[in-house]
Design a binder for this molecule. Structure first.
Ligand SMILES: NC(=O)c1ccc[n+]([C@@H]2O[C@H](COP(=O)([O-])OP(=O)(O)OC[C@H]3O[C@@H](n4cnc5c(N)ncnc54)[C@H](O)[C@@H]3O)[C@@H](O)[C@H]2O)c1
Length: 327
């Protein structure tokens, strides 16, 4: 008989709905329960998908039919919820950011390893066809040795007043901990080369982000000698999200949906929409068959160390070695 992973969602907000669609697109995983501290939200999502609703984490974790959880709650809840889930013997897929500090990441990894459960982080961009293709082009040597990656992520992210997204304690610096977990993750991932040194500068530009930097520029040195330059803002009204990768024999240009190699369009028969279902399918496979996910806890711990190094670099006004935060 086919094995099916039975999962519970923690947090029933906007990304949880994406997770439900991703679960429903796979036949090796099924939604059993939804938990949210806001009971109405838990009930609404659970009722719409024939699942049980819980208001308390312990009740979800004591449900014997729940094999695994997807942590889709706010950032400062991730670490303790992952640790509690591991102690209850549940496999874990946690949304980005893995946590708000490397110290928390270490506690999460230790809890999951001690319990023998999977720990995967929702680095959905690793599942985008455009990114998988770009990584393969680099790995196959089509552009030679990569010297530079230049990436821009500009948006106008305007959460309502009093949103947890704007609260430093609940969400962390928004540009670094909402969008940064994708960006600082994908650059070393393209190259299979970790970041060793970071120099970052940030600015507090727009009033609605008063008290935190809303724009960051970061120069990163990779172990293999390549340099990545990432510029990010959440307060520009004209968006941009693209990457140039330059190598000794050629170059890549890409957006979320489009890829050119040496100036020629590369046909992609799927869009980034397949990212979430693929991510969830990989999680189910790993839990059912004991495989290790690509975005496993130790892999993404590096991403969180780079973000912490960037934050510290901007505070100190000088370059920071990632080894200060990394293993
Ligand atoms: N992968 C992506 O591209 C992507 C996109 C958006 C959000 N996210 C991530 O998903 C997570 C949730 O973001 P969102 O946009 O869905 O937020 P949201 O505000 O829409 O939903 C958060 C939900 O969590 C609930 N909640 C708050 N504290 C809780 C707790 N202690 N236990 C259980 N539930 C709790 C809230 O009641 C709310 O229903 C964040 O980590 C965010 O960064 C990822």
């Amino acid at each position: 008989m086919k094995k099916i992973l039975s999962v519970g969602l923690i947090g029933a907000g906007s990304i949880a709905r994406g997770h439900v669609r991703g679960i429903e697109a796979n036949d090796n995983i099924a939604l059993a329960a939804v938990m949210d501290i806001d009971r109405r939200r838990a009930l609404a999502l659970a009722n719409a998908h024939n699942a049980r609703a819980y208001e308390k984490l312990d009740d979800l974790l004591n449900d014997p039919q729940v094999d695994a959880v997807h942590v889709c709650s706010i950032h400062n809840a991730h670490a303790e919820q992952v640790i509690a889930a591991a102690r209850a013997g549940k496999h874990v897929l946690v949304e980005k950011p893995m946590a708000l500090s490397v110290v928390e990441c270490d506690r999460m990894i230790a809890a999951c390893e001690a319990a023998g459960v999977a720990l995967m982080v929702g680095q959905v961009m690793r599942h985008f066809p455009v990114n998988l293709k770009a990584k393969a082009v680099i790995r196959d040597g089509a552009i030679g040795e990569v010297g530079h990656i230049i990436r821009r992520r500009y948006s106008n992210f305007d959460p309502p007043d009093r949103s947890w997204y704007l609260d430093l304690e609940l969400g962390g610096v928004c540009v670094l901990y909402c969008f940064g977990p994708h960006e600082y993750d994908i650059l070393p991932w393209y190259l299979d080369s970790p970041v060793v040194k970071v120099y970052a500068q940030g600015s507090e530009s727009a009033q609605r982000y008063a008290g935190q930097k809303d724009s960051y520029s970061t120069i990163m040195n990779h172990q293999n000698g390549a340099v990545s330059v990432l510029t990010q803002t959440v307060v520009t009204h004209t968006g941009a999200h693209d990457t140039h990768i330059v190598g000794s024999k050629g170059s890549i240009w890409m957006t979320n949906q489009k890829l050119t190699v040496n100036g020629e369009d590369v046909f992609l028969d799927e869009t980034s929409q397949v990212g979430m279902p693929r991510q969830i399918g990989e999680f189910a496979d790993c839990c059912l068959d004991g495989k290790v996910p690509d975005a496993h806890g130790r892999s993404v711990r590096h991403t969180m160390a780079v973000i912490e190094a960037a934050k510290r670099s901007a505070e100190r006004g000088e370059p920071v070695m990632v080894s200060e935060f990394d293993e």
